[in-house]
Write a protein that binds this ligand. Structure first.
Ligand code: URP
Ligand code: ZN
Ligand code: ZN
Ligand code: ZN
Length: 487
């Protein structure tokens, strides 16, 4: 199938210009003015609209087995809802159980993901340490296109790892040219606070936020960065939600350390007051980690995005319906952690970012697609509008509006954390592998059409880091054999 996108303004991370875009066989084959439509080509009128690289969500959890249940959104429904919101790729997480083979878990997730409608890739979590893990990290990078590993510093007693595991895994990943990512919350502190709150009789969802105060994230982010710095390794902090973590990243970057930070739109627009909702079910629907914060943290996150101190936006899309959340009726620590939003990420960011003058349209493209593609070594196949790139595009209507609601969304979850918000800036058409998968409100995704995308190790930044580390490697002192006589 070929598509000519005619009359739009191409917006990339670098520039904006009037141009047509012609896609054939899943690739962009021409970008230029006045392109002719070959016979049989579908023509998409993009007059008054922006033609941008499709959104890439680097942090989702489709059908994740977690906290005694399984996330309600599967790879097909989740990538389809994503397409309705202008996304054309996700990077999800393989999360092996402690002691489970990483390769075995990887194949398990690959099986589940076969139903995905758009392209996808995987980070693999390191949830334990041993020679087998070290070996399998190598196999995953060499044979399975994995170039990033995930570490949970929270969820004590389940998938949390300690500093020793972080050191071993970061060092191994550095050797392989793979990027380490971390969920930064001090799991011991969370565990301590949870216990103390329950002893005080606080069992409702408000206990979730109280047990995970901003310092818990600030400390862990700072620690992960320091550990990476000791090894001369880059590090990527997922779902940064606090001023403290944002500042830790900014300080490290100012000192020349390659540290990246990811923000979720929900942390930019929703605050901690949701946990005090008198309705238990509503309050529980917002239980995710890190939790929503006092408002002043939102300004720090926006400033981080505008200044380039924070580079990517994700959703941490991890859906649980009301009956699943109900597992924590009498104990907030048992409420499955997670919220959805893959369908709304781009609109929430456009409306609240570009619409308020916090971001330019080019910065919007950078934080929704291009930076992610560069950091995770998908660029310029993804994240670019240029000849030779995959035809993964969104035709964005900057003036289109919609009101977000669980009644109309395509996500497989019974609640929408943005319920009732009216946003300006919507995906008019989404093109995945050169096919229209979302067009004027018509969702045409195909089960299983998504492809697994290999991500090779050693992106350019790693080559620079390797060179730097080589020039600064530890050297011993070459001493003369001592002739002194020991008394
Ligand atoms: O609450 C969340 N974020 N659930 C998904 C797992 C994680 O921590 O990313
Ligand atoms: Zn294999
Ligand atoms: Zn997390
Ligand atoms: Zn997550």
């Amino acid at each position: 199938m070929s598509i000519l996108i005619r009359g739009g303004t191409v917006v990339t991370a670098e520039q904006s210009f009037r141009s047509d875009v012609f896609c054939d066989n899943g690739m962009i084959v021409a970008v230029g003015d006045g392109l002719d439509a070959p016979t049989g080509a579908e023509v998409v009128d993009a007059g008054g609209q922006y033609v941008m690289p499709g959104g890439i969500d680097p942090h989702t959890h489709m059908e994740l087995p977690f906290m005694g249940t399984v996330a309600s959104e599967d790879f097909f429904s989740g990538t389809s809802a994503g397409a309705a919101g202008g996304n054309t790729m996700i990077i999800d997480f393989v999360i092996p159980a402690p002691q489970q083979s990483l390769i075995e878990a990887y194949h398990q997730w690959r099986g589940w993901a076969e139903k995905a409608a758009t392209d996808y890739s995987f980070h693999v979590a390191v949830t334990w340490w041993g020679d087998q893990v070290k070996e399998e990290m190598g196999v995953l990078t060499r044979e399975h296109g994995v170039n990033s590993f995930k570490h949970f510093m929270a969820y004590k007693g389940a998938i949390m790892v300690d500093d020793g595991v972080l050191l071993n895994s970061f060092a191994r990943a550095q050797e392989l040219g793979a990027l380490c990512t971390v969920h930064a919350e001090n799991g011991d502190a969370v565990f301590h606070l949870q216990k103390s709150l329950l002893e005080q009789g606080i069992t409702g969802p408000e206990g979730h936020a109280l047990s995970r105060p901003p310092q818990v994230e600030g400390e862990a982010a700072q620690r992960a960065i320091a550990i990476a710095n000791v090894l001369g390794a880059p590090v990527y902090i997922v779902h940064v939600s606090t001023e403290q973590a944002t500042q830790a990243i900014a300080r490290a970057r100012a000192a020349g350390h390659r540290v990246y930070g990811e923000v979720l739109p929900q942390h930019l627009v929703i605050d901690e007051s949701v946990y005090r909702d008198p309705d238990w079910q509503t309050a529980a629907a917002y239980v995710m980690s890190p939790p929503f914060r006092p408002k002043h943290h939102q300004e720090a996150l926006w400033a981080g995005l505008a200044s380039g101190g924070l580079q990517t936006t994700a959703t941490d899309h991890c859906c649980f319906c009301a009956p699943q959340k109900a597992a924590g009726r009498d104990n907030f620590t048992k409420i499955p952690n997670g919220t959805g939003g893959i369908e709304d990420r781009m609109s929430i960011l456009w409306h609240n970012g570009v619409g308020t003058g916090r971001l330019t349209p080019n910065e919007f493209v950078r934080i929704t697609s291009t930076n992610c593609a560069q950091i995770f070594n998908l660029y310029p196949r993804k994240g670019a509008v240029q000849v030779g790139a995959d035809a993964d595009l969104v035709v964005w209507d900057p003036a289109g509006t919609r009101t977000i609601s669980a009644k109309t969304h395509h996500q497989n979850v019974d609640f929408n954390i943005y319920e009732g918000m009216e946003v300006t800036g919507v995906a008019r058409h989404t093109i995945s592998q050169g096919n229209l998968v979302w067009t004027d409100g018509d969702l045409r995704t195909v089960r299983g059409a998504g492809r697994y995308i290999d991500r090779p190790c050693h992106p350019p930044v790693f080559r620079a880091i390797d060179r730097y580390n080589e020039l600064h490697k530890a050297v011993g002192v070459d001493r003369e054999v001592s002739t002194a006589v020991t008394p």
